[in-house]
Design a protein around this ligand. Sequence first.
Ligand SMILES: *[C@@H]1O[C@H](CO)[C@@H](O)[C@H](O)[C@H]1NC(C)=O
Length: 214
Amino acid sequence: MQLGALKFGTFTLKSGRLSPYFFNAGLLCSGPILYTVAQAYALILTTSTDTTTSSFPHFDVLFGPAYKGISFASTTSLVLHTHHNLTVGFAHDRKEAKDHGEGGILVGATIRDKNIIILDDVMTSGKAVRGSIDLVTREGGKMVGVVQMLDREEVGADGTSSTVKEVESIIGEGPGRVQSILRMRDLIQWLEKNGRSQELVAMKEYEEKYGLKT
Ligand SMILES: *[C@@H]1O[C@H](CO)[C@@H](O)[C@H](O)[C@H]1NC(C)=O
């Protein structure tokens, strides 16, 4: 919030929904905040956050979808080395085709025959992460999981589906393969704790309307 990456107000999302909050991970762009974010990703990657689901299996490479994912994957691989004694590669894609020099759409660690985890900021419909999963798979990588910074915990356009569950079914290794650092319910809890009643009302209304019914 100090950096403006998380804002409360009224925002129109790509889906057309009027959201009482907006998250822009692109503003997480200083040394201290990148360090905090990378430590959070590293913690999720190395511990099981939910006792009902398994933690991630062995992974070799962190894939950061261009552009925002690049800094998260690179800094997280650094923290996995310094804080967790793990050697993990990092790779990202290019948004533009390249017609000279080293070709290809991928940059960084080789992903062929490797276990891959995608680091993402926030998935709404999940379209972007599906594209990344397709790319990793097409290039011979084996998808083992996705970690997103914020789970909006919303239903899809059909009114029932969960993006997290859909992406987990694409990965095909059962539940728990899509993890999140923060969830909508954490934001609500934070507003409650800090007595931000006006924002809280708007968030609860939104959750009532678009939140996952579990
Ligand atoms: C770090 O990992 C390597 C091999 O994976 C191991 O040999 C080494 O003892 C570990 N270092 C620490 C400080 O745990």
